[in-house]
Write a protein that binds this ligand. Structure first.
Ligand SMILES: NC(=O)C1=CN([C@@H]2O[C@H](COP(=O)(O)OP(=O)(O)OC[C@H]3O[C@@H](n4cnc5c(N)ncnc54)[C@H](OP(=O)(O)O)[C@@H]3O)[C@@H](O)[C@H]2O)C=CC1
Ligand SMILES: N[C@@H](CC(=O)OP(=O)(O)O)C(=O)O
Length: 366
């Protein structure tokens, strides 16, 4: 494998008209490594120019070179000009379609839940476990592939949780137990998502399947790759998920208990461990950590008692960092704190793109 060409990698987007698909298009505008060549969505959109098919919900305009692209059907043979695929497909259809694409020797980066727990598919949060990309050759061997593969990113609430957990485990050893209560924005449910008559002036104390995903995905992400297999962490997570009337940005109230009580830090050491945490993507200087000349930190620590807040803080580091505040001791667990992340940027499209940037630096994408 070699990162042979300085030309941009031609990419396709599946589910291009959806909430996550729109973010892909926004974040890939002027990207130095990837160039959008093809788009696809459901049969309802097929054959239409993108600007006619999409119900564009972002505050930046649809890029000019995208407006007139005609939406294709989600068939791999229609994406011959592409080498890499970003998928923002509805999970009702993602499983089979993504399989067809990676088996057609395309590099596939997916947001859908369907393949996340598969034993040879990396479940990568780019600020945490890009070392899990090392399983790619095993996946390729299993499916008899020369270059194609599938990499998934995590559920958006899981993504926000695992970043501070990883930072704390790196500094203070294993975390044994986690209790997390989420307040999740409505964009997390896609479009049109939760009816306005249900969510306006309201909080809904249930998101189908979400608590289970937080509990299971966390242990895969915080685990290791050993002897060509994933070895999950033994961390125990108990999750309660709520939908709240916020447009973008998931908040999570987290309590953690460490295994080794002899190493328990004081609050200032805990804050430094979070603030100074560094991930592989940052060390590799991938584009998403460098763009707009930001001084990128995976975690931004807030000292103010009333921060982070979704409206004020979801765009910190252009939506690619996790904000952590209200860090304090807990009488039931060891410590508790509040997390915020932008669910459609770091929680979805931004993670897929950063995973692809790391895979490119490591030579898996070429
Ligand atoms: N929103 C978020 O914060 C997060 C979402 N995800 C996951 O990302 C994926 C996309 O989510 P989101 O963008 O919110 O969902 P949306 O409902 O907003 O978009 C779904 C996309 O899938 C397409 N689609 C629907 N049915 C079909 C079909 N039969 N064949 C092909 N394409 C189809 C839609 O096309 P059309 O417009 O033509 O109907 C649309 O482009 C999901 O798997 C979701 O679980 C993951 C993390 C966070
Ligand atoms: N369920 C998440 C978004 C999502 O689609 O998650 P997943 O990709 O794990 O199904 C939310 O509602 O905020």
């Amino acid at each position: 494998m070699s990162n042979s060409s300085t030309r941009k990698i031609p990419v396709g987007i599946l589910g291009a008209t959806g909430t996550v698909g729109q973010r892909f298009i926004q974040l890939l505008e002027n990207h130095p490594n990837f160039e959008i060549k093809s788009l696809a969505a459901s049969p309802r959109s097929e054959g239409k120019a993108y600007s006619n098919a999409v119900n564009w919900k972002l505050s930046t305009a649809i890029p000019k070179n995208i407006q007139h692209l005609v939406l294709k059907s989600c068939k791999a043979d229609q994406f011959k000009e592409c080498r890499l695929i970003f998928s923002g497909l509805d999970s009702d259809v993602a499983e089979k379609i993504e399989e067809e694409f990676f088996k057609a020797e395309l590099f596939v980066f997916s947001n859908a839940k369907n393949h996340r727990m598969s034993p040879t598919v990396p479940l990568c949060v780019p600020l945490v476990n890009t070392n899990h990309l090392d399983i790619i050759p095993i996946q390729q061997k299993l499916y008899n592939l020369k270059k194609g593969f599938l990499v998934t990113n995590a559920n958006c609430a899981t993504t926000g949780l695992v970043v501070p957990l990883k930072a704390l485990e790196e500094s203070f050893g294993e975390i044994e137990r986690v209790s997390v209560t989420t307040l999740q924005s409505i964009s997390g449910a896609g479009y049109p998502g939760v009816p306005s008559l249900d969510i306006f002036d309201n909080v809904i104390p249930f998101i189908d399947g979400e608590e289970e995903k937080l509990e299971i995905e966390t242990s895969k992400i915080l685990g290791n790759v050993k002897n060509e297999k994933f070895e999950n962490s033994r961390i125990k997570v108990s999750a309660t998920c709520n939908r709240v009337a916020v447009l973008d940005g998931h908040m999570e109230c987290v309590s953690v208990s460490f295994k080794d009580k002899s190493k328990l830090p004081d609050i200032s050491a805990l804050k430094s461990a979070l603030q100074n945490y560094e991930c592989e993507a940052q060390k590799l200087k991938v584009y998403s950590t460098m763009k707009n000349d930001i001084n990128f930190n995976p975690i931004v620590v807030f000292e103010e008692n009333n921060r982070p807040q979704p409206r004020l803080d979801r765009d910190v580091n252009f939506g690619m960092s996790v904000s952590v505040g209200r860090i304090r001791k807990c009488d039931l667990f060891d410590f508790k704190f509040t997390v915020l992340l932008h669910n459609t940027i770091l929680g979805a499209a931004g993670s897929s793109i950063m995973n692809a940037e790391v895979a490119l630096k490591k030579g898996y994408v070429y």
